[in-house]
Design a protein around this ligand. Structure first.
Ligand code: GLN
Length: 483
């Protein structure tokens, strides 16, 4: 069953060809054999997973199954999961067992999906390579000398290596799309506000959005159907009619207008990525789509703007980790101030501290107008560029990342280079738009390449249609790194 689609697994479960307990055991065995090498999971709890699988088998036997009932799903360790360790990749929360479920976890529980384990991630989701995790880096299953991307690197690795058929991720500046691209899988960041952030440990609240990672667009649609929905416990959750994200998958693409932002194909783009993207776009033209060049004049500002706004929000969100309420507390201190200081010095890693310092700086008196307010104004311009181009095209396409996966350690001492990994993805978060990545080929060293598809607000069903039609005529999404 390993490597099969969610649709296939669901049919096997419903036809009683396999039980959820058997399926879960298969995946647990796979995780056991690969995790020491790949480090995709921080926590595995066989007893809890198998208990959920037994409950799922009862639901199926009683005829109460929905499409993902009984299916093992890997959960990014940013989602609070009752009874499970929820670490967010940090020493600060290394001993934190969540007392409640994130809404995303609750929604999977309600339909009887099985939590197969909590995946490794960059500390507090800050990173593009999964090297900032307190629990060590995740390896790219296509080449263990390469990074898997970040921050949802554990989830991407788990799906690519067949340790889970699908996983959750979160995307603040690219953390679903970038690791999906570098690991050769599919992932979608929905429109801001569609997936509840309740219980999803906050990094930059105005940008953070949960979403699914899986092998194919069709699988992403099944996952989104579970994840999306209004939640009164999240003040930015959107109240909208429920959609079936599978509904448009089979629509032909004739007449589709694809916009190619010229800023996404400039000198920063590596040749092998450019070549694969061009070929994918030719494939779309064969499917009946037309292509127009468009411009996002403010796209070049997205990295500086993102790296003002995201740290500003992070510095505020992370003030709750003070050693008093939960998580790590320094062992020795002389007074309360010293306790805060030592706890935060010892509990946070270097990248998190860097963000807290930048964020505190740009929010401080005298710099607030110069940096934070300025960044907010530019954020509006970046969003307006997208509104303009969506008057003339249905979706935008371009590379997800400027290069294929880089080597472990290659950029860890150079934060600016690391930040540039999100050059094509972060503007989508700043605008609150949906964005996805699908696999479209490999570079010379056999490392995967992703195509980014950006849609207008709430156009997830259309984007999944666009991705699915490509996946029907190509097989990049079916390639596996480890048999
Ligand atoms: N790489 C970006 C950062 O480090 C984005 C991370 C994310 O999307 N969570 O902030």
């Amino acid at each position: 069953m390993l490597g099969q689609s969610l649709k296939y697994l669901s049919a096997q479960l419903n036809d009683k060809k396999i039980s959820s307990v058997e399926l879960t055991t298969e995946y647990l065995n796979r995780i056991r054999s690969l995790n020491a090498k790949l480090n995709a999971f921080i926590t595995i709890n066989e007893a809890l997973s198998l208990e959920q699988a037994r409950m799922a088998d009862q639901l199926i036997a009683a005829g109460n199954a929905s499409p993902l009932t009984g299916i093992p799903i890997a959960q990014k360790d940013i989602f609070c999961t009752k009874g499970w360790l929820t670490t967010c990749g940090s020493k600060m929360l290394a001993n934190f067992t969540a007392p409640y479920n994130a809404t995303v976890i609750e929604r999977f529980n309600q339909i009887g999906a099985v939590n197969i384990g909590k995946t490794n991630m960059d500390e507090f989701a800050m990173g593009s390579s999964n090297e900032t995790s307190f629990f060590g880096p995740v390896k790219n299953p296509w080449d263990i000398h390469a990074v898997p991307g970040g921050s949802s690197g554990g989830s991407a690795c788990a799906v690519a290596a067949g340790m889970a058929p699908a996983a959750t991720g979160t995307d603040t500046g690219g953390s679903i799309r970038q690791p999906a691209a570098l690991c050769g899988i599919s992932g979608i960041k929905p429109t801001y506000g569609l997936v509840s952030r309740f219980g999803m440990i906050a990094f930059a609240s105005s940008l953070d959005q949960g979403g699914p990672m899986a092998k194919s667009a069709e699988d992403l649609a099944l996952m989104l159907n579970v994840m999306v929905g209004f939640d009164e416990r999240d003040s930015t959750s959107l109240q909208r009619e429920i959609e079936d994200y599978r509904r448009d998958l089979e629509k032909p693409l004739a007449g589709l207008r694809i916009g190619l932002p010229k800023e996404y194909f400039d000198q920063g783009l590596n040749d092998e990525v450019a070549h694969a993207v061009t070929q994918a776009i030719e494939e779309y033209q064969k499917l009946g789509a037309s292509v127009i060049e468009v411009s996002l004049p403010n796209a070049g500002l997205s990295i500086p703007v993102y790296y003002v706004i995201a740290p500003a929000e992070a510095s505020s969100n992370l003030s709750r980790f003070d050693g008093v309420r939960y998580g790590y507390r320094a062992k020795q201190y002389v007074n309360l101030d010293d306790m805060y200081k030592k706890t935060r010095t010892q509990g946070f890693g270097q990248e998190v501290k860097r963000r807290i310092l930048i964020g505190t700086y740009v929010l401080s008196h005298g710099y607030y107008d110069a940096y934070y307010i300025k960044a907010q104004k530019l954020r509006r311009l970046i969003a307006n560029d997208f509104t303009d181009v969506f008057k003339r095209c249905d979706v935008l396409m371009g590379p997800t990342t400027p290069t294929v996966a880089f080597d472990l350690g290659e950029k860890s001492d150079d934060p600016i280079q690391m930040y540039l990994s999100d050059i094509y993805t972060s503007s989508v978060n700043l605008a609150g738009l949906p964005g996805m990545s699908i696999p479209i080929g490999f570079g010379k060293k056999g490392r995967p390449i992703g195509l980014q598809i950006i849609g207008n607000y709430f156009k997830e069903a259309q984007m999944l249609n666009v991705a699915h039609q490509y996946q029907k005529v190509t097989d990049w999404h079916l390639q596996v790194p480890i048999k």
